[in-house]
Design a protein around this ligand. Structure first.
Ligand code: NAD
Length: 349
């Protein structure tokens, strides 16, 4: 029998990858996205082209122009669809925007997650509920780790962190930004529906999730926006840390395979860090050098002294817990492939 998934944020980077991924595997996919990314980021964030691509390239995809904050609408959709899997990726994803629009941020990130959890509890409590959380739930606690400054990047001084940061890092008593705080509220709620109600829920605390289909905007989508800035000659600003801040990058396809691994063998109230790990880590300066080489042109950039408030200096996800629970899962796309994909993918807008 055909299985049904509800994917929220289905026109976004991760949601759209998940739609294609599930569709290819024979699922019926109901996408929920109201193109709020355009409202958040303006023209650059418009995802209409993604929706058109999905409609043209899938077999069993139905789009719902529904706001995840619409509690009744969400419950109605769950009642009609009775989903076998919920993949919640709709979000307000930017720190800076959260400070400017705190109510929108909290209602989209936290309250809407509660709408979805309650709808799932009422209609399909046995169906895996996957939430895309973020490493920002740790606030700036990662910045307390001792670092060494190398020529092009910072790195952890303590070899105990060679594999990166695991899920035992504390989530409170640090600065999160309002975005990190609203995502943490949602993360704890998702855990609680697993622990308290026994539902098969999981939080994936993402590092930098990426892919050539990201509608990169200056405020969100680091590699995608950087690729665009180099390609189109857009002046670029680096906020602090001498450009040596480190991020680990995971391709959206590898995120999807992790989700499927969980959906096939779910647990209750699970929490995993999910990023590219050390192998896929890159500093801002290193990423610029890669794209400059790829496109054969220099980036016009400015190094500002002031970092973004609470921004991580060096964040690498330790994937050990997920790998231990799902040993068959593997990271397929390395940094070279990720970067090369940007060059190979025609710009759709
Ligand atoms: N991209 C990253 O680097 C990254 C890192 C860590 C965590 N995450 C998390 O992963 C998830 C997916 O991220 P992404 O990069 O695909 O984001 P994205 O901005 O590309 O996609 C989010 C989608 O949600 C939609 N949306 C926003 N508000 C909505 C609403 N009220 N109702 C319906 N749809 C709405 C937007 O229109 C957009 O298409 C988010 O929860 C994000 O916090 C992303």
């Amino acid at each position: 029998m055909t299985k049904t998934a509800i994917v929220t944020g289905s026109s976004g980077l991760i949601g759209s990858e998940a739609v294609g991924f599930l569709d290819e595997r024979g699922w019926r996919v109901l996408g929920v996205d109201n193109n709020m990314r355009r409202d958040f980021f303006g023209e650059d964030g418009d995802t209409t082209w993604v929706l058109e691509r999905l409609r043209a390239g899938t077999q069993r995809f139905d789009h719902h122009d529904l706001d995840v904050r619409d509690r009744d609408g969400i419950l109605r959709l769950f009642r009609e669809a009775r989903p076998d899997l919920i993949f919640h990726c709709a979000a307000q994803p930017s720190h800076d925007l959260a400070a400017a629009r705190p109510f929108d941020d909290f209602e989209v990130n936290a309250l809407a997650t509660l709408n979805l959890l309650e709808a799932a509890r009422a209609v399909c409590p046995e169906s895996p509920f996957v939430f895309m959380s973020t490493n920002k739930v740790y606030g700036d606690a990662p910045n307390e780790l001792a670092l060494v400054e190398l020529e092009t990047r910072f790195d952890y001084a303590d070899p105990a962190y060679a594999d990166g940061i695991d899920e035992t890092l504390r989530v409170d008593a640090s600065m999160h930004s309002l975005f990190g705080a609203s995502k943490l509220a949602a993360d704890v709620l998702v855990q609680e529906y697993g622990r308290y109600f026994g539902m098969p829920t999981v939080c994936f605390r993402g590092g930098c999730l990426t892919g050539a289909h990201h509608a990169g905007a200056e405020l969100h989508g680091f590699l995608a926006y950087l690729a665009r800035a180099v390609r189109e000659g857009i002046p670029y600003r680096i906020y602090g840390y001498r450009g040596k801040q480190v991020r680990d990058n995971i391709h959206s396809l590898d995120v999807c395979s992790a989700i499927m691994a969980f959906a096939e063998e779910p647990r209750s109230g699970a929490v995993y860090n999910l990023g590219g790990g050390r192998a896929n880590s890159v500093s801002m300066l290193e990423a610029i050098a890669r794209f400059e080489e790829l496109y054969g042109r220099r980036l016009d950039y400015e190094l500002l002294d002031e970092p973004r408030r609470g921004d991580h200096v060096c964040y690498i996800s330790d994937l050990g817990r997920f790998r231990a629970d799902y040993p068959a899962w593997e990271l397929r796309l390395g940094l070279d492939e990720i970067v090369a994909e940007f060059a190979a993918t025609p710009v759709a807008r």
